[in-house]
Write a protein that binds this ligand. Structure first.
Ligand code: TEU
Ligand code: CA
Length: 556
């Protein structure tokens, strides 16, 4: 198959609310992004994934859209967007929009009409069901933000489905009019010149025909996995591809909770019939608390992580394409989660984590601040939190006795989505140079030592290391196209794998622990050259120190 441009791309995710505030209202905005496009260019990324900037009441910080073809006033105007897009293209940067079409805001005109009457022409744009005999919800499906996935609407005496907030009613994708509306909107953005879409929970759009009860979690409700990979999801994505995507040279990435390797071979098949790639969630859920889920106390197990990522590397080999990530706006900061955010090891472990991900096969995604080694925030109180998912789940866990208030604060520091939404740390000036106003969310107090200005001024910084990783991907076929083989699968500290492409071979060694280990390089890597690494010694040094990472290159 002919190489596609996005197979050697590196994507930088911008969360607009927290990237850069240009007008002093404490909220990041589009002109703020335009001002800092050169920074993203300097890092070496060539695609920007822009989290939603559409009109929204911000119940879920923009993932609740009330008008797909206008810009949220807090973020600016459509003219501001056009200026940003044009400047990005002039810099050789592509812009991929966040497409949130599993659901809309309840303030979208479609939903206002739909809820007004059972006879509305828009009634079947959403999913309405009668109460059970006793008046309760139609089934035991649960919302990702806590509680039931059904909300009763007095006006017409029915429940509507919402797998997220009650202000995010799920669209009925079985209705061809919904598909027509969505496809027309997508074409409108693509005709404006955007370069693709990241598709929010796209694996949930086709609900099972029978609305039977599912297996419940400790909360007493199911997860949204009851709808993952539904009966018609691939029909709808193939239709989307035929009617829209195939008409443009764009990049698409599905956010596909519940996806398996087999399903990903359809969503992200190299045959190009659906999407270019997809985000899997298995590695993100491996350390979930067995009872409390994501909002509990994580149990990190490197062996499980290695085997899962190896399964995805080999499972998609030659058949589909991986989107590679540690971080996004929904996950805690990886250097705090799986590295070590102490002063002693923060930068070293951040580089180790970056090495491990960026030497794999697939398209790497960098979440804003990850390239600085930004860390989770030590929230002082639950009242500081903004995120609807964190607040909803912690409230639910406290009410059901799964967490005490004190434990909930500890969990928030470990798991809250707010951890990656604290304002980007530009420099050591007030509010980390993010705003001259009052920031909408607390700035992480460590901004004076962790910020872009300092990182760009040093040759040994995390930023410079990411830049080098990206430039290696741009010039080495073995990184983009080489096969993946996991080595030392059961080693509890070292993540070791090799990549091979013709005569070119890489050995990637990453110590995910503080333990000092001895590792004898396998042939043919002994005496190979170190391509990149976070330590000064060469391959003769068999002692692998805390959070050491290096890549050996040989051609033979
Ligand atoms: O995320 C959906 C989703 O799977 C995450 O909410 C996930 O449940 C958890 O946060 C990560 O473990 C998408 C968006 O990325 C998220 O920001 C939205 O809240 C959600 O959909 C609804 O649009
Ligand atoms: Ca602003």
């Amino acid at each position: 198959m002919k190489q596609k441009w996005w197979q050697s791309s590196v994507v930088y995710q911008v969360y607009p609310r927290s990237f850069r505030d240009s007008n002093g209202d404490g909220i990041g905005d589009i002109p703020g992004i335009t001002e800092r496009l050169e920074y993203i260019k300097a890092l070496g990324a060539d695609v920007i994934w822009l989290s939603p900037v559409y009109e929204s009441p911000n119940d879920d910080n923009g993932y609740d859209i009330s008008d797909y073809c206008s810009i949220m006033p807090e973020f600016g105007t459509m003219h501001d967007f056009d200026v940003m897009l044009e400047k990005a293209h002039s810099l050789g940067l592509r812009i991929v929009m966040d497409l949130v079409v599993n659901h809309t805001s309840d303030e979208h005109a479609w939903f206002a009409a739909s809820r007004s009457s059972k006879d509305s022409a828009y009634r079947d744009y959403y999913i309405w069901r009668d109460p059970k005999e006793d008046g309760s919800e139609p089934n035991n499906w649960g919302s990702c933000f806590g509680g039931s996935a059904w909300k009763y609407d007095e006006t017409t005496g029915q429940y509507f489905l919402h797998f997220f907030s009650p202000k995010q009613p799920d669209l009925n994708w079985d209705n061809p009019k919904v598909r027509d509306e969505v496809f027309a909107m997508m074409s409108w953005w693509l005709d404006k010149g955007v370069d693709g879409f990241r598709m929010d929970v796209i694996s949930l759009i086709s609900k099972p025909e029978d609305m039977r009860d599912g297996d419940v979690m400790a909360s007493g409700y199911t997860s949204f996995d009851v709808a993952s990979n539904g009966p018609h999801v691939h029909d709808y994505l193939r239709e989307m591809n035929r009617r829209v995507l195939s008409r443009y040279d764009i990049m698409t990435v599905g956010e596909t909770p519940g996806v398996t390797v087999e399903e990903a071979q359809k969503y992200a098949g190299l045959d190009g019939k659906e999407l270019c790639m997809c985000f899997q969630f298995e590695h993100m859920n491996l350390d979930a608390d067995p009872v409390r889920g994501k909002y509990g106390f994580p149990q990190f197990d490197l062996v499980a992580l290695k085997k899962n990522l190896a399964k995805w590397q080999t499972g998609l080999e030659g058949k589909a394409w991986n989107a590679l990530y540690w971080n996004n706006h929904d996950q805690p900061r990886v250097v705090s989660r799986w590295g070590d955010d102490s002063d002693r090891y923060r930068e070293k472990s951040a580089k180790m984590l970056a090495t491990c991900l960026h030497m794999m096969k697939g398209t790497p995604f960098i979440y804003q601040g990850e390239e600085l080694g930004m860390t989770n925030c030590r929230w002082e109180s639950l009242d500081e939190l903004n995120d609807i998912e964190t607040i909803g789940n912690l409230r639910h866990h406290i009410a059901s006795g799964l967490l005490t208030e004190e434990q909930a604060l500890a969990v928030a520091r470990l798991r809250s989505r707010d951890n990656t939404r604290t304002p980007f740390q530009w420099d050591s000036s007030a509010n980390a140079g993010f705003t001259r106003g009052t920031p909408w969310l607390r700035v992480n107090p460590d901004y004076e030592k962790i910020n872009a200005a300092d990182q760009m001024a040093r040759d040994d910084s995390v930023f410079r290391y990411y830049h080098e990783l990206i430039s290696l991907r741009k010039r080495m076929d073995v990184i983009v196209h080489g096969t993946f083989t996991l080595l030392e699968a059961d080693d509890p500290d070292l993540f070791v794998y090799k990549r091979e492409f013709g005569k070119e071979k890489l050995l990637v060694v990453c110590n995910f622990s503080k333990n000092e280990r001895e590792y004898i390089m396998p042939e043919p890597f002994c005496g190979g050259s170190v391509l990149i690494g976070n330590r000064s010694s060469g391959t003769e040094d068999r002692i692998i120190g805390p959070y050491d990472a290096f890549v050996i290159y040989v051609k033979k």
